[in-house]
Each structure stands twice: as structure tokens, then as C-alpha cells.
Design a protein around this ligand. Structure first.
Ligand code: NIG
Ligand code: FE
Length: 412
């Protein structure tokens, strides 16, 4: 049966046509006040003003009174590492005491710490833990998500992670994209033998990934002390050969050349971008590559925030994502990401919402299913608690203003 949602205070992010938003288009967030929304078979069938609601529509549907909620498309979180074995709050405390992210990585902590624990964990346990986290994220309003491997750093570990993600794809109610991030760090035994690990990725991991269809994207942590732009190119090109599109970890800690490598490779997105200069911003703005900003990672690592204003003003297409992972962003909460983007990066609420929905959907190739109120897209929706305006959401940061979440037309 159809479902009719009535008395929506504001239906947010209505779009007749899909469009990746860049520059000044980001601040336009089309919305309709006092609206209804009709759902058929889990998908958006139509919407309009309550004044236009007629018996033809109401009689054929079960009615749900939104009672003045704002209704928005669910968040599209295009960058997460939500499959991991264990949290790392001991490193968090070490950082409070003065160690840096790089110091911790150099002593075998960080990503390598996560990898050791993940390799020791049975696939079933890993799956259950990931599933729990995914459901928590969905309940905060995430309605489409990308998940990376990268805590295996061994053939068995990487494949185990990707199989967990594949099972989540099959069993979870929201669209999921999988990214192969075997090149997240060099494992200790390959520290002096980069070519050996790259060979392992290309000759041992990628063929199985292709055969079992385990990934949609390929990612590399292009960073000083991790993978160079040249290594990034070699690895991504091998991924492209088996049909994976690149999404790169770029310019987090240094001007690493990651954005240049990503643009050259035609990457879907370059993610992080804490460390940018004018030339790099210009290059990104002139490309088709999306810049995905991860403000909670900058916040957690006490780094300067991404230069969102300069990026937007230069004409870049910007997405926002959580980077949910145990080392640099232990939060899956996209409401917080949006708030932080407005508070610390001076993004307008409209810009942040667009970047966290429709542009996030583009950053994972889900723009035909998610990210806006568009006929035919999934009815994955956030219903807010009573709020005076949309800007109240990021303004009242830390308050849970998500009243309920609907996935394919069904409340959780
Ligand atoms: O996106 N930058 C590299 N990877 C993750 C952090 C991973 C970790 O510390 O476990 C990130 O921030
Ligand atoms: Fe990341």
C-alpha cells in the first residue's frame, strides 16, 4: 500500500533533476513548506503542497501525520571505515598526553594496531560488530554509506574485510558501496620493501576482488610516510583495470600530491583536504573530482579544518562525510559533521546539507537512489523533532533532533 505523509513543516532538498552541486549552487537548497509526500513501494512517488492534496491521493494511501516535522533525505556518508576490530581510546589518551598521530603510527600504533587486531578476529565477529555500528549510524539518519577495507593489510585480512562489507550490502536495508583500501599503510614486514607490498596488492588481492566482485572503488592513503603519488598512481591504475574507480585519501597531513594524483586519475573524489594551497584548490575546482571534507577527523586530531570556504568559492564540488574509524574519527554521526562544517568551516547550513546529501550520493555513485527528495528515489528520510528553522539543526549542535528515520518507506 502507498504511504502518504502529511503536515510536513518543510520538505527539504526537493530536486526534479539530479545535479552535482559546485560553487555557489551549493547554497541553494530547494524546500517546500506545509507539504505532503507520497511513497509507493519504498520509493518517492510524488510530493506537493498540503493545499493541493486531493481525495484521489488520500484515499489510496495509508496516512502518516508528520505533525510539523521537517522531512529531509537521509545523510549520504561517502567515506567510512566502519569495519574494524576494536576501538583505540588508549591512543586517544596518548595524544592528550602529547604524542602526535605520526608518532603513534611510527611506533606501530594507529592503522597497524588496528590491522593486528583485525587479522586475529574471526570474520563472523567482525561482521556482527560492523553490523551493530551500521545500525547505530542508520538510527542517527544515515541512509546510504560507503565502507572501506584497509585494516587487513594482508591478503586474508583485506579479503575478510571486503567479504564482511559484501555481506552488509546484502543484508542491510540501505545502499552500501565498498572501497578496497589495501594501500592504507605499509605493513611492518614491507616497510623497506614497498614494491613487495604493491605486488601483493596487484597480484594477490585485486584478482580475488575482481573475481568475487568485492569492491566498487579503490582508495590509497596518499601521504608522506605512507604512499607516494607515484605509488598511488600505480595501485589505482591496477584497480581501474578491474573496473574499480579511484577515491583517494589526499592532503590530510601534508601537501602530499594526493589531489594532483586523484585529479590525474579522474578519481570520483579526493578526501580529507586539511592541507591545501591555492594551486591545489584551483586544480580541484577545474576538475570533475569531488572534494570530500571530513571535519570530525580534523577536529579529533586537533588539526586545522578543511578550507571549505575557499574550496566552495573557487567552484569546487564539495561533499561531507564522517570518516568513521577508530583512529581519527570515532563518530559516525553525520548530524555532528554538518554542525561542525557550519561552526568551524563557515559553511552555510544549506551548503552543508547539500554536501552531506546529494553531493555525498554522487561521491558514491548513488545519485539515482539517494540524496534528495526526487521522484523514484528511495524513501530514506529523516523526520526531525520540532525545530524553528533548518539552521537550528547545526546551531543546536550535540542535541539529538532526529525524531525518527524511515528507510524505504518504513520507520525503524
Ligand atoms: O581517514 N587517514 C587515514 N586513514 C584514516 C585513519 C585511520 C586510522 O587511524 O585508523 C582516516 O583518517
Ligand atoms: Fe578515511
Amino acid at each position: 500500500m502507498k504511504k502518504l505523509i502529511t503536515n510536513i513543516a518543510q520538505l527539504v532538498n526537493i530536486r526534479e533533476k539530479n545535479q552535482l552541486l559546485r560553487g555557489s549552487d551549493l547554497k541553494i537548497l530547494p524546500s517546500l513548506s506545509n507539504a505532503y509526500l507520497l511513497i509507493n513501494n519504498g520509493a518517492i512517488e510524488s510530493y506537493g503542497s498540503m493545499d493541493e492534496l486531493n481525495a484521489g491521493i488520500t484515499e489510496a494511501a495509508e496516512t502518516i501525520d508528520a505533525k510539523g516535522s521537517f522531512v529531509m533525505p537521509c545523510w549520504c556518508d561517502s567515506h567510512t571505515h566502519l569495519v574494524f576490530a576494536a576501538s583505540r581510546e588508549e591512543e586517544f589518551v596518548d595524544k592528550i598526553k602529547g604524542m602526535s598521530y605520526a608518532d603513534i603510527a611510527a611506533r606501530g600504533g594507529g592503522i597497524l594496531n588496528s590491522a593486528a587486531k583485525l587479522n586475529a578476529m574471526p570474520e563472523e565477529t567482525l561482521y556482527q560488530l560492523a553490523k551493530e555500528r551500521l545500525w547505530k549510524a542508520i538510527k542517527t539518519g544515515t541512509g546510504a554509506i560507503e565502507i572501506k577495507s584497509g585494516y587487513g593489510l594482508s591478503v586474508a585480512g583485506e579479503l575478510k574485510m571486503l567479504r564482511v562489507i559484501k555481506r552488509l550490502k546484502r543484508e542491510a536495508p540501505i545502499p552500501i558501496k565498498a572501497t578496497f583500501l589495501g594501500a592504507h599503510s605499509y605493513p611492518l614486514e614491507y616497510k623497506e620493501n614497498h614494491q613487495g607490498y604493491i605486488n601483493l596488492i596487484i597480484n594477490e588481492m585485486l584478482p580475488v576482488i575482481a573475481h568475487e566482485k568485492l569492491a566498487d572503488y579503490i582508495d590509497v592513503f596518499c601521504e608522506t610516510g605512507f604512499f607516494s603519488p607515484e605509488e598511488t598512481e600505480i595501485i589505482c591504475k591496477a584497480g581501474i583495470k578491474i573496473g574499480l574507480k579511484p577515491k583517494i585519501h589526499a592532503n590530510q597531513l601534508n601537501l602530499s600530491g594526493g589531489v594532483q594524483a586523484g585529479v590525474k586519475l579522474g578519481a570520483v573524489s579526493v578526501d580529507h583536504l586539511e592541507t591545501m594551497d591555492e594551486d591545489t584548490i584551483k586544480l580541484l575546482a577545474a576538475s570533475k573530482t569531488i572534494g570530500t571534507l571530513l571535519p570530525t577527523a580534523a577536529f579529533f586530531l586537533r588539526m586545522p579544518f578543511q578550507p571549505a570556504r575557499q574550496l566552495i568559492d573557487a567552484g569546487c564540488a564539495i561533499a561531507l562525510a564522517s570518516d568513521f574509524n577508530p583512529g581519527s574519527s570515532p563518530s559516525y554521526n553525520m548530524n555532528l559533521v554538518v554542525a561542525m562544517s557550519c561552526i568551524q568551516m563557515k559553511m552555510l547550513p544549506e551548503e552543508a546539507m547539500n554536501a552531506a546529501t546529494i553531493n555525498g550520493a554522487y561521491a558514491m555513485g548513488l545519485e539515482n537512489e539517494a540524496g534528495s527528495i526526487t521522484v523514484g528515489k528511495k524513501a530514506n528520510l529523516i523526520f526531525t523533532k520540532p525545530i524553528p528553522s533548518l539552521a537550528y539543526l547545526p546551531y543546536s549542535f550535540g542535541e539529538n533532533l532526529v525524531d525518527s528515520v524511515m528507510i524505504e518507506g518504513t520507520f525503524l
